[in-house]
Design a protein around this ligand. Structure first.
Ligand code: NI
Length: 325
């Protein structure tokens, strides 16, 4: 919480600097006036016309706002360097739904993950500078994935999220500013999720319903709040710790070692090392017979609000027999 005091401080200093600069400008005008004729002196001493003052204070306000947004964004990026780590209370994880109805808003392909080796790749914390390149890689492999963007990042670069939606990818909700939801109030959780959902809907025209809590941090209270927000809680079973090991080889090997039919793979497209690993991951998974699906498709849209999902391993029955993979 203390870190949020900083942007406000910066804004106050900014206002002070502007006030001092304005005073200096008036002083300089008066001085230059006295060294010439009287008319010039009077003109220099005159206050600026109202319209110009308004423009100046408007510009100052805009630049303060920009400065504040930049400071908030930098603070957010700093916190993201600590990455996500799953600390999931087992008792909160739900069994994949059997006969539940598909969620309203589900418009995925009718893919049968009982027969196909499905895998859902997911990208958190972005979109980032390499997201466009990543979309090209997915397109080249005819693959689909799910994004869990941050509201604050989306506000900063809406065109990137628009490109993700335009490429037919699924888009969820990873909160506004990546706080640990378990230490927020119910109102705080509500605001983080709703504000992001509104932003994503404004940019893409579609309201996201899947929520991935930052750090995978959940509690009974968080899942109850997500239930009230009609949001299924999506975690993961494959974590290559790509934010920690900024190494493409490591990310590739780690994903391939952990993946099973029905897996949800956690990655972060804000790291160039992760994006660089994706073509190899796509190629190797396709060679092992995997079908790339969105998170919703992995569950045929039958997800329940307030329930927690890490994978759908149970769905896969094998090609012909009930052989376990
Ligand atoms: Ni995250």
């Amino acid at each position: 919480m203390a870190s949020w005091a900083r942007p406000r401080q910066i804004a106050v200093y900014g206002a002070l600097v502007i006030a001092v600069l304005s005073a200096a400008a008036v002083g300089a005008g008066t001085l230059s006036g006295t060294s010439h004729d009287a008319a010039a002196s009077v003109a220099a001493a005159k206050p600026l016309p109202t319209v110009e003052s308004d423009v100046l204070s408007d510009n100052a306000a805009k630049s303060r706002e920009r400065e504040q947004r930049r400071a908030e964004y930098d603070a957010l990026m700093e916190r993201l360097r600590t990455g996500d780590s799953a600390d999931v209370p087992e008792e909160l994880v739900s069994a994949p739904p059997a006969d539940a109805p598909a969620l309203p808003g589900f418009d995925g392909r009718p893919i049968d993950c009982r027969k196909l080796r499905c895998v859902a790749l997911t990208f958190d914390d972005g979109p980032g500078a390499d997201t466009g390149r990543l979309l090209g890689m997915l397109r080249a492999a005819n693959a689909i994935a799910t994004w869990f963007p941050l509201g604050a990042v989306t506000l900063d670069s809406p065109e990137r999220l628009r490109a993700i939606a335009g490429a037919g990818m699924e888009i969820g909700n990873h909160s506004w500013s990546h706080p640990q939801l378990t230490i927020l109030s119910d109102r705080g959780i509500d605001s983080q999720i709703r504000r992001t959902a509104r932003e994503v809907e404004t940019v893409t025209g579609k309201k996201p319903y899947l929520v991935r809590p930052p750090y995978g941090a959940i509690s009974r209270r968080v899942t109850r709040d997500l239930g009230r927000l009609a949001a299924p809680c999506i975690l993961w079973d494959v974590d290559p710790l790509d934010w920690k090991y900024l190494n493409s080889d490591y990310v590739y090997r780690s994903v391939m070692r952990q993946v099973r039919p029905g897996s949800i793979v956690l990655m972060h497209d804000i790291h160039p090392t992760t994006v660089a690993a994706v073509p190899r991951i796509l190629k190797a998974l396709a060679a092992r017979g995997y079908t790339f699906v969105t998170v919703s498709e992995l569950f045929a849209g039958k997800l329940q609000p307030g329930h927690v999902y890490t994978d759908n391993h149970g769905a896969y029955r094998g090609p012909q027999t009930s052989r376990k993979d």
